[in-house]
Design a binder for this molecule. Sequence first.
Ligand SMILES: [Zn+2]
Length: 159
Amino acid sequence: MLFSKKIYTFRFTNEHFEFLEGYMETLSKEELDRFKERITKEYNALLEELRYREQSSIMENQRETGSELSSYANHPAEAASDYANLTMNLNLAERNTKYLKQLEDALDRIEKGTYGVCIVCKTLIPMVRLEAVPTANKCAECKNEVKRREQEEARRAAG
Ligand SMILES: [Zn+2]
């Protein structure tokens, strides 16, 4: 169910009516609850994974410190693969941290009642897109437009 197409619409939140200035449509309470559950699950799973990785990397460090006198420790190939591992782990950590933030933002938008609305053009993001990318905060058109502009700026900066 969609709320009426008015520039000023309101919804019942925390025992009072809240005006959503400028939003044409919003998702229904049921839809928001469904996304909230899904995103919260994903968020908790990722947090657990990050904690687990942190734990195992601490253990890995302790293990490596223990075998410091091993003749392989300073082998160039070993050092290179350590470096590759480190870079890979850092990239992964960066991606995970970014995703964690996106999940947090999505939960925040659910709380504010602005979830599912494109932050650029303020229209409702199609349900099929939200199902595919629950953390989406822009419709596909605006996302592509932002990406295009970023690429253009990068090109200008490079050349
Ligand atoms: Zn948009």
